[in-house]
Design a protein around this ligand. Structure first.
Ligand code: TTP
Ligand code: MG
Length: 357
């Protein structure tokens, strides 16, 4: 892990606009100006959720994680497309290359977002942003939004403030005016549970959170997370960019079109997911010491079972055997299964092996 710290930092967060939809529009210009929804297999009469919607479709109240069927009700004339992950990953790699051309101090945080630390660059914010946008346009033909701030926490909030194709500079002296009126869930690290907890305490905005004494936060959330919340609400974040990154796990999951009670069919799906996970594991050059299985029943109750091995495993048949031994420990009689997932973890880097012919 490589860490970079600087006393007066200039951190940028770059986030692509309506990413999956933008890639689809780029390769099929006829989609431009029409509402486009990407999700599942692209069939809104079937189960699945929205991965993303373009800005046209968002006007109808469609957003990521909404069931596809609900999206269809909100806008029946929208164009529904299946998720083509390979295509988005290829564009994502070109996007990251454009950023690495600007600076090697880049933290890759997701398929369509990254941080850059440009503290040492002489160029003005305006010049830097023009260069980044031109580089991304040249490599992908797409637009992004940029947030500039003294730290990662504020830069990420800033990049979301003027989407699409925006540039937002958030300085420390604007925290009270611009950060504090925002809802608490905009703060990185506040998930649904913390949000609920804080709302039960009457805290809705980041400003209200900032008004809470440290002792209360530590008492409610423990010393580490309590301190984090105290500082985050004030826009304080000293965390450095992490420029090289190791994956923690690889996983795949799928929802059955119709809840499944047949053991054979469930096992077959687990075998398919295992094959996909192993293909990622091999491509990235890792072996695993932990295999886990996730099962969600028709009533949404979810269980996981895990197996660990002293020696790392890498071959499909070994990992499948471990996944099946997890499956044997799951209660299936008289129950229907909605979703299954396979994950491999406790990874170790190994030499890449060539796929079997
Ligand atoms: P986001 O950057 O959150 O969304 P976006 O790029 O589509 O739109 P915005 O202009 O607001 O940034 O996520 C990036 C991609 O990740 C998105 O195009 C699809 C995918 N994604 C999911 O698959 N499921 C999700 O729940 C979310 C939030 C995103
Ligand atoms: Mg985005």
């Amino acid at each position: 892990m490589t860490l970079h710290a600087h006393p007066h930092r200039r951190i940028l967060h770059i986030d692509m606009d309506a990413f999956f939809a933008a890639v689809e529009e780029k390769r099929n210009p006829e989609l431009k100006g029409k509402p486009v929804v990407i999700g599942g297999r692209g069939d809104p009469t079937k189960r699945g959720v929205v991965s993303t919607a373009n800005y046209e479709a968002r006007k109808y109240g469609i957003y990521s994680s909404l069931p596809l069927r609900t999206a269809y009700k909100l806008c029946p004339r929208a164009i529904f497309l299946p998720v083509d992950y390979e295509a988005y990953a290829a564009v994502s790699r070109r996007f990251k290359t454009a950023l690495r051309d600007i600076s090697p101090i880049m933290e890759d945080v997701g398929i369509d977002e990254a941080y850059l630390d440009l503290s040492d660059k002489p160029e003005t914010n305006e010049e830097i942003c023009r260069k980044i946008k031109a580089g991304i346009d040249e490599k992908t033909g797409l637009t992004c939004s940029i947030g500039i701030a003294p730290n990662k926490l504020l830069a990420k909030i800033a990049s979301d403030m003027e989407k699409p194709d925006g540039i937002t500079i958030l300085t420390e002296d604007a925290i009270e005016e611009r950060l504090w009126p925002m809802p608490i869930r905009k703060l990185y690290g506040i998930g649904p549970k913390t949000e609920e907890h804080l709302k039960a305490m009457g805290i809705e905005t980041i400003g209200q959170l900032a008004a809470l004494p440290l002792e209360i936060l530590v008492q409610r959330f423990g010393p580490s997370y309590g301190h984090y919340l105290y500082e985050a609400a004030r826009g304080i974040d000293e965390s450095p960019l992490i420029t090289s990154w190791e994956p923690k796990s690889f996983s795949r999951e799928t929802t059955f079109q119709v809840d499944e009670k047949n053991w054979q069919a469930i096992a077959r799906t687990i075998a398919e997911l295992t094959r996909e996970v192993v293909s990622d594991l091999t491509a990235k050059g890792y072996a695993a010491r932990n295999v886990s299985l996730k099962i969600r029943y028709s009533d949404f109750r979810t269980v996981t079972r895990a197996c660990s091995t002293p020696e790392t495993v890498q071959k499909e048949e070994e990992i499948r055997r471990l996944a099946f031994s997890c499956l044997k420990r799951v209660e299936l009689t008289g129950r229907k299964v909605r979703l299954v997932g396979v994950r491999v973890g406790s990874l170790e880097k190994v030499a890449k092996i060539s796929p079997p012919v």
